[in-house]
Design a protein. Structure first.
Length: 587
């Protein structure tokens, strides 16, 4: 009898999968299939490799000194180094208390030896490289990369040794940027873990990292946007459900804004340096230059002379805005097919917003501001290498090695330049030979290094470009006076007064020059001229008191001016002598 077919076909279920053993996981990882599990040992090995890589790339930067305002940043408050006084330490910089706390710890441990400070900065950068590895692995896993850890390792390695990070690492005052990046990466990492695993603890850790970032640097206001970017640009994200969880972040940002308004009297910079129609096109150009330096780090310098765009409808302005708009459109269109492109573009743009958008900062461009933003560029390279490695792993490995070695060599060279402030500004004037500001800074560096002839030449180069720079005239006169060339110094200061007759500092310089020449009448005239414009000038009061103390003996006037010195500045360098003389005058 013929068998009748069943009404419904029999469905055979596959056998229940077993948890793969160690060998099976290793085989799957070698095969590189989508979502292949990554062995934890590979993750630890990758982290160790990154730490070693950073140590090698920054080995020649550990012996550098304090340059470009490091000492003022670190030792600017007498409470630093005395950890038993927590209040003054944390109040040293109300907007960055955690950075001040690290300076206090360093001052206690290392004193005035810059080596320890450099070690701490490099250690922070190494930690950031590891955090970038972990964030990158989770991002690439969400994107369905065949080897998420491999792509993340390539991205983190390229970023870890990229020379554009030197201004935030080798420059000690750049610690705020690097330390803020630590907490920003931690906030993103824990957010991604929370979105994958659930639970309350990862969200709390992410929020605490955000709070720490807010206490480190203003760039942390971008963290909520980074978290929303993860939901909007990565597969599996739920932007609509993520918005309510941003309420605590918004409250914190609002509270910080109020505090900043109360303490500093403004939400952004103390002085509105540039109007919006000048600031926006200028920063569009800065963003393009920064992106170009991350793609090809040629032409780096401490001082990028990017003048403000004075004509918002000019060719320079329209070209910069049009190119930025074109890049945004391309990122959106390509990002529909390749989500990493949209994610990387969003990451780079969001992290530039706090410092390179509508907020006018005194320096239009600085490399350290792109420290964390640059990870997006290196991540793009890691994504390309990961795709290439799926077909030609040896070629991808060779290209990654070449990239790491080339960037590491460039970082080694940048660290050598950062070892000397004179070298930094010599490089700056080579990059921008028509920049008066760069020449003046070189003169200041040479003067501090004890090279008066070099300083004089730099100041004269400054004034050839811009003869209206008051500080350059004053510095030139001081350099000539220190070299014993009194007539030339007097000529320089008189030139300054012809252009700026109300310059109190210049009148003070002339007053002390006359004191050294024992020309008491001219000295009195110069110091009184200072007080006519600046009644609260401590130097002028001290100069008058010194003259009335001895060569033109007048105890009443001497006591009056000494009392003004102490009332204006109780921490005046000669305060002890002032008090001693006041005591003798009032007995």
């Amino acid at each position: 009898m013929a068998l009748r077919p069943a009404a419904r076909p029999v469905r055979f279920l596959p056998p229940t999968p077993r948890c793969p053993g160690r060998r099976a996981r290793a085989a799957a990882s070698r095969q590189g299939g989508p979502g292949a599990p990554e062995d934890a040992s590979w993750r630890w090995a990758s982290a160790g490799f990154l730490v070693a890589l950073v140590a090698v790339a920054w080995a020649n930067g550990l012996g550098g000194g304090f340059v470009h305002g490091d000492e003022a940043e670190i030792f600017g408050h007498p409470s630093l180094g005395r950890l038993e006084r927590w209040g003054p330490v944390l109040a040293y910089d109300a907007s960055r208390p955690l950075v001040a706390l690290t300076w206090a710890v360093d001052a206690r441990l290392w004193g005035e030896d810059p080596f320890g400070y450099h070690v701490v900065n490099v250690a922070i950068h190494a930690l950031n490289a590891v955090l970038a590895l972990l964030v990158g692995e989770r991002v690439f896993a969400r994107l369905g990369a065949r080897r998420p850890l491999g792509s993340a390792l390539a991205a983190a390695a390229l970023w870890a040794v990229h020379p554009m990070t030197t201004e935030a690492v080798t420059h000690l005052a750049g610690r705020s940027e690097a330390l803020a990046a630590t907490f920003c990466l931690g906030a993103v990492l824990e957010w991604l873990r929370w979105r994958r695993e659930g639970g309350t603890f990862p969200f709390v850790l992410s929020f605490l990292a955000f709070l720490a970032a807010m206490a480190t640097r203003e760039v942390a206001v971008a963290v909520p946007l980074l978290l929303l970017l993860c939901e909007a640009a990565l597969p599996g994200g739920r932007l609509g459900k993520a918005w309510p969880w941003m309420l605590p972040h918004a409250l914190v940002i609002g509270a910080v804004a109020v505090l900043r308004q109360v303490v500093h009297g403004t939400l952004t910079t103390p002085i509105w340096l540039r109007p919006l129609h000048v600031q926006v096109p200028t920063q569009a150009e800065v963003a393009l230059r920064s992106l170009g330096l991350w793609v090809l780090p040629v032409g780096q310098t401490l001082f990028h002379d990017v003048p403000p765009v004075t004509d918002p409808l000019g060719t320079r302005s329209l070209a910069a805005l049009a190119l930025v708009g074109l890049l945004v459109v391309l990122a959106v269109r390509v990002g529909r097919r390749r989500p990493w492109v949209a994610f990387a573009a969003g990451w780079f743009g969001i992290l530039l917003l706090p410092s390179s958008s509508i907020v006018p900062l005194p320096e239009t461009m600085a490399e350290h501001r792109t420290y964390l933003a640059g990870w997006a560029v290196c991540g793009t390279a890691g994504a390309l290498l990961g795709s290439l490695g799926a077909r030609w792993p040896r070629v991808a490995g060779l290209l990654a090695t070449i990239g790491v070695v080339a960037l590491g060599g460039a970082t080694w060279a940048r660290n050598a330049v950062w070892g000397s402030e004179v070298a930094l500004w010599q490089e700056a004037v080579r990059r921008a030979p028509e920049s008066a500001a760069a020449w003046q800074a070189l003169g200041d560096a040479l003067r501090r290094e004890g090279d008066p002839l070099g300083a004089e030449a730099a100041y004269r180069a400054t004034l050839r470009i811009d003869d209206d720079r008051l500080d350059a005239w004053n510095a030139l006169g001081a350099t000539l006076a220190e070299a014993g060339r009194s007539e030339e110094a007097r000529s320089a200061w008189l030139q300054a007064l012809r252009r700026h007759p109300t310059s109190c500092a210049t009148h003070d310089h002339l007053g002390w020059l006359h004191v050294r020449e024992r020309s008491w009448d001219q000295a009195l005239q110069a110091f009184h001229a200072t007080l006519a414009w600046c009644p609260g000038d401590v130097e002028a009061h001290y100069g008058l008191a010194s003259i009335y103390w001895e060569p033109r003996r007048d105890p009443v006037l001497a006591a009056r001016h000494y009392q003004e010195v102490l009332s204006l500045d109780s921490a005046f360098p000669e305060a002890s002598l002032v008090r001693e003389r006041l005591l003798s005058l009032t007995r």
